[in-house]
Ligand binder design. Structure first.
Ligand code: ZN
Length: 130
């Protein structure tokens, strides 16, 4: 079953969507299988990382900015090639196993929508496969 979600992002950053993914799982009633979280944008991404200390995702974005700065050599006329690059590096989906009706996430793991070119109106899909 496919569930669609929308998100209004601010500036570049990591936006936790774990509760929205759990919402999709609960609506589906699926108890066993896997869950695909998929972002339909080329300047955003989806990843799993620590949600206990917000400094972790801050540092991830800081390091991505330092590693992939905007460069005068970029040719893409929209001017957001660094955001496209970060999107490809992070990836546009994650898959999480489902067991006994719960997402199998570690104690410190959260699912994040990664905005690399905000603010924007964004969409992502959650496909529950049971
Ligand atoms: Zn572009």
């Amino acid at each position: 079953m496919l569930y669609s979600y929308e998100l209004d992002t601010g500036q570049e950053g990591f936006y936790e969507i774990t509760d929205m993914v759990r919402d999709a799982l609960n609506k589906s009633g699926t108890t066993s299988g896997c869950c695909l979280v998929y972002c339909v944008h080329t300047t955003a991404g989806v990843t799993i990382n620590e949600n206990a200390d917000p400094d972790v995702v801050h540092d991830l974005m800081f390091a991505l900015d330092k590693t992939f700065p905007d460069r005068p050599e970029f040719r893409h006329q929209e001017g957001n090639s660094a955001a496209h690059l970060k999107s490809s590096v992070i990836g546009c989906s994650v898959t999480v196993p489902i067991q006994d009706g719960h997402l199998i996430l570690g104690t410190w793991q959260g699912i994040y929508f990664c905005e690399f070119d905000g603010p924007r109106h964004r969409h992502f899909a959650v496909e529950i496969m049971g």
